[in-house]
Design a protein around this ligand. Structure first.
Ligand SMILES: Nc1ncnc2c1ncn2[C@@H]1O[C@H](COP(=O)(O)OP(=O)(O)OP(=O)(O)O)[C@@H](O)[C@H]1O
Length: 266
């Protein structure tokens, strides 16, 4: 059974505009699926719909089954039972997930206490361990910091530690490295890849960047104007795109790669 099965998902605004248009996708346990498309293609709305987190006024129809729970039309109580434990999300901007006025350690302690029932010394130990698992140096010191006192890359690792605290079976990563500079981005992708493999977690990786998706995912779905235009193993899609839109994405990724290569050899 899939950990996430989306069928005929339609997301509309209150005034009736269709932003996601009959999208179907599924993620098997342990599978890594990439969702790619340019800005505004509906990637984020799809990821939010998967967790029942669509913005106020938007409606979803169709079916979104997350670990066997129907998310479309679910109550907040039903959603709370699957969020975190079954699936967790990391966003492009880690500050979205972090409270600027709370020390990092306390923020990670929240989900750990709720989901694992830890407290006192055991909770403090688990917080440090969670920070260590996302390869943060000096986790004891870091736990005492406020989000603004640490770097962007460190903040994204903290957001990742929070998402992993409940040991979800599916991690949704929505452009998690876009706000970071290139070397930090590369380190975070390596970390994400290692964590997903170590924990045999499924991954839904969302990005506008084909090179990044190729690095993180086995299979990819190409989204354009809220519709899936192509789907297949990453290798096939990159080497022999069938849809003209995908071909254009591949072409621009190649041109960028060549330009970078030329700069490197200069
Ligand atoms: N709260 C909202 N109200 C109205 N329209 C919205 C809202 N959120 C998103 N949209 C519109 O829905 C469409 C899809 O947005 P979405 O954020 O899913 O795109 P995306 O592919 O994730 O793009 P990006 O990479 O820029 O985040 C866009 O046209 C966007 O303007």
């Amino acid at each position: 059974m899939s950990i996430l099965a989306i069928r005929d998902l339609v997301v509309r605004t209150a005034d009736g505009r269709t932003l996601v248009d009959h999208l179907s996708l599924s993620v098997a346990p342990g599978e890594r699926l990439g969702l790619i498309g340019e800005s505004g293609s509906g990637k984020s709305l799809t990821s939010l719909a998967a967790l029942g987190l669509l913005p106020e006024g938007m409606t979803a129809t169709g079916s979104v089954e997350l670990a066997g729970t129907q998310v479309v039309g679910a109550t907040e109580k039903q959603l709370t039972a699957v969020r975190g434990r079954q699936a967790a999300i990391v966003f492009q901007e880690p500050l979205t997930a972090l409270d600027p006025l709370m020390r990092v350690g306390r923020q990670i302690a929240g989900p750990l206490a709720r989901h694992r029932g830890l407290k006192g010394a055991a909770l403090r130990h688990a917080v440090v361990e969670a920070l260590r698992q996302v390869r943060l140096p000096e986790p004891e010191r870091l736990a005492r910091s406020f989000p603004h006192e640490i770097s962007g890359g460190q903040r994204q690792r903290v957001a990742l530690a929070m998402a992993l605290a409940c040991e979800p079976r599916l991690l949704i990563a929505d452009e998690p490295t876009t706000a970071l500079d290139v070397t930090v981005q590369s380190d975070l992708l390596d970390l994400l890849d290692a964590l997903v493999r170590e924990r045999a977690m499924a991954l839904l990786f969302i990005s506008h960047d084909l090179a990044v998706v190729a690095r993180t995912s086995e299979r990819v779905i190409v989204l354009k104007d809220g519709r899936a235009v192509e789907e297949g193993p990453v290798r096939d899609v990159v080497h022999a795109p069938r849809d003209p839109y995908t071909a254009a994405l591949v072409d621009s990724a190649r041109r960028l790669e060549h330009a970078l290569d030329r700069r490197r050899t200069r």
